[in-house]
Design a protein around this ligand. Structure first.
Ligand code: ADP
Length: 397
């Protein structure tokens, strides 16, 4: 039973092919620089690394290239032999609270949500359109980054703005990274030997984008990203929380317009704004030479996470585990150590040796007697999307 997972961005398409009986990745790859002269496709997971440099005008051409690569290298006979196709979609708005089988109405709704995610939903929709043309008989399922956070109560998802901004312009907190938070939460409950609806967790997805999630009885009750993925933690190139009054000040003082401010806060801030790089490995290397910018970037990053842990611990009453995931959460023992150090007020104690000696599968690193467990769990959003497709595959084929 093969399921293809597609993550279509504005100029790239990533894909992973799963065999769901064994839950194994058969092959993965991407098409990059769509619409540019240097477009190319790459296939990982074959005996040889396959790369093709070829013209790829648009998403239709990109996905036709994916099909050809998979067929030419013997992974499928045709798209029609796929059991299902899962699409990552960034924004599901208020409408989509879980995965959905895609039809014309669903596709129109995804496109209709583009004003809320102008960089992502139009590209996601192009990927869906292309796959529906190339594989019209295969069930296609949309899995939304926002869906897991549908369980947030109004006090978590509303901003303290006049009601009309919510009712007329859909201004509210949506949260993102939902597939990742949901995946590591389920995995953590399994590792703890408990059912998901019996655990309270704080999950920390720390990659280039970063967000925290407060999970009560397996359901998201708050998360740090908001109307856009800009709110919350300090990220690779995003500022996270700032005083909203700063926007008016910057606009008055520098003449920056809305687009310029958006670019500044999304692309030029965060770790990069402070230390000139969004790569935590570089920052850690430079900290060894006690470089002030690197030390400050690290401290800002860690301090913001700790503030969210404190806030979420209060909201949750009881924290059974804190979970680290994403490139930084999975690989930086220094960040994990700094985040968890001195959380005695929450009764949390780390085991330094365990923290520094985790394998690629992650593992637990709390000390014996710690009130909350501490886990590193590698996220796997594509795998989660493939699993979420399963219940929708048999309908109407
Ligand atoms: P994305 O959000 O783009 O998927 P990732 O989850 O891959 O990003 O995370 C990227 C971040 O992880 C970068 O800041 C990178 O420096 C960091 N990272 C990856 N490996 C390590 C490591 N061994 N130690 C510290 N940071 C790491």
């Amino acid at each position: 039973m093969k399921i293809l997972v597609i993550n279509a961005g504005s100029s790239s398409v990533k894909f992973k092919l799963f065999e769901m009986r064994s839950e194994q990745v058969i092959v993965s790859g991407l098409v990059e620089n769509i619409g540019r002269g240097d477009a190319h496709a790459i296939l990982h997971g074959c005996q040889e690394h396959v790369r093709r440099d070829l013209p790829v005008a648009d998403h239709d051409a990109a996905l036709a290239t994916v099909r050809d690569l998979l067929i030419d290298n013997g992974f499928i006979d045709s798209f029609d032999t796929l059991e299902g196709i899962g699409h990552r979609v960034v924004h599901g708005g208020e409408r989509f609270s879980g995965p959905v089988r895609i039809d014309d109405t669903v596709l129109e709704a995804i496109e209709g949500l583009s004003p809320l995610a102008p960089l992502h939903n139009p590209a996601n929709a192009k990927g869906i359109r292309a796959m529906r043309n190339l594989a019209p008989h295969v069930p296609q399922i949309a899995v939304f980054d926002t869906a897991f956070h549908h369980t947030m109560p109004p006090a978590a998802f509303r901003y303290a703005l006049p009601e009309r901004f919510y009712s007329e312009l859909s201004v509210r907190r949506y949260g993102f990274h939902g597939t990742s938070h949901a995946y590591v939460a389920a995995e953590c409950a399994a590792r703890m030997g408990k059912s998901l609806d019996a655990v309270n967790l704080i999950t920390l997805h720390l990659g280039n984008g970063a967000s925290a999630c407060a999970i009560r009885n397996g359901r998201s009750i708050d998360t740090s990203m908001g109307f856009t993925p800009l709110e919350g933690l300090v990220m690779g190139t995003r500022s996270g929380d700032i005083d909203p009054g700063l926007l008016a000040y910057l606009s008055r003082e520098t003449g920056m317009d809305a687009e310029e401010l958006d670019t500044l806060l999304n692309r030029e801030c965060g770790l990069k704004g402070i230390a000139g790089t969004n790569d935590m490995r570089d920052i850690e290397n430079r900290m060894r030479d006690e470089e002030p910018e690197a030390l400050l970037a690290f401290e800002l990053f860690v301090r913001r996470i700790r503030k969210y842990i404190g806030a979420y611990a209060v909201l949750l009453d009881r924290v059974d585990a804190i979970v680290f995931t994403g490139g930084i959460g999975e690989h930086s023992s220094a960040v994990r150590h700094a985040v968890c150090k001195g959380l005695h007020i929450l009764g949390i104690e780390t085991d330094k040796m365990k923290n520094e000696n985790l394998t690629d599968e992650g593992g637990a690193f709390h000390a014996e007697g710690s009130c909350s467990q501490l886990h590193v769990i590698p996220t796997d959003e594509e795998h989660s999307i493939a699993r979420q497709c399963l219940p929708y595959l048999t309908q109407g084929r």
